[in-house]
Design a protein around this ligand. Structure first.
Ligand code: SF4
Length: 213
């Protein structure tokens, strides 16, 4: 089950969830539902799937509110993952209840300025966590050098690095997947495709899917 939170502290050019933060092009009132922590907890419990992925936007912008939610769900036997852009360090009250961090530091191809997308203390902190995996969104072959530079700078174990092609069509994914998977074999990284694009392409979201706080 995915819990998608509104707002982001970055602005990636290729972001496919701009409806969580781009209020110049989306209406906040249409996209966001404001819920108390207890309401989110009850909705998640009622769904009947004990594996939760908390995503966004950037969910760590609301991490103080997330901590009691994650604590309650762990007590109910949940496996909890967080997807983050790696620019905010998690507080211990939240980290204690998270089983897996999916950290996706942004490269130059995202269009975010370096000072906003790479926060050394945060990436060092995540690299030290044994349950943190690093997923890089790759557009061009030149991006690979940037990934290797970050791997070396922050001592990220290669087996915890995942390369994923950017793309919102089957053709784009297919064109990029071959050379990206070759690079994964060469560097000892993992490869991920984008299964939802392969299955549904860039199909519009159902109207019932809305970002939540
Ligand atoms: S960090 Fe994630 S949610 Fe934020 S703009 Fe980039 S891709 Fe979108």
């Amino acid at each position: 089950m995915f819990l998608r939170l509104a707002q982001c502290n970055l602005a990636c050019s290729w972001c496919d969830t701009k409806y969580t933060w781009d209020w110049d092009n989306y209406r906040y009132e249409d996209e966001v539902t404001t819920l108390a922590m207890e309401e989110v907890r009850d909705a998640v419990l009622a769904y009947g799937c004990p594996h939760l992925v908390i995503t966004g936007g950037e969910p760590l912008l609301q991490q103080r509110e997330l901590a009691p939610l994650a604590a309650a769900l762990k007590q109910s036997g949940f496996f909890c993952e967080v997807e983050t852009n790696g620019s905010i360090l998690p507080v211990p009250e939240l980290a204690a209840h998270i089983d897996q961090w999916n950290v996706s530091p942004k490269l130059a191809n995202s269009g975010n300025p370096l000072a906003r997308r790479t926060i050394p203390a945060v990436l060092e902190g995540f690299a030290r966590l044994p349950n943190a995996f690093f997923k890089f969104v790759v557009v061009d072959p030149e991006d690979l050098a940037e990934v290797c530079e970050l791997r070396d700078r922050f001592n990220i174990p290669p087996e915890r690095i995942i390369l994923m092609p950017e793309g919102r069509s089957y053709e784009t994914l297919r064109n990029r997947s071959q050379w990206i998977s070759d690079a994964c074999v060469k560097e000892g990284f993992r490869f991920s495709t984008r299964l939802h694009i392969l299955l549904w392409a860039d199909e519009a979201r159902p109207v019932t899917e809305r970002a939540s706080i």
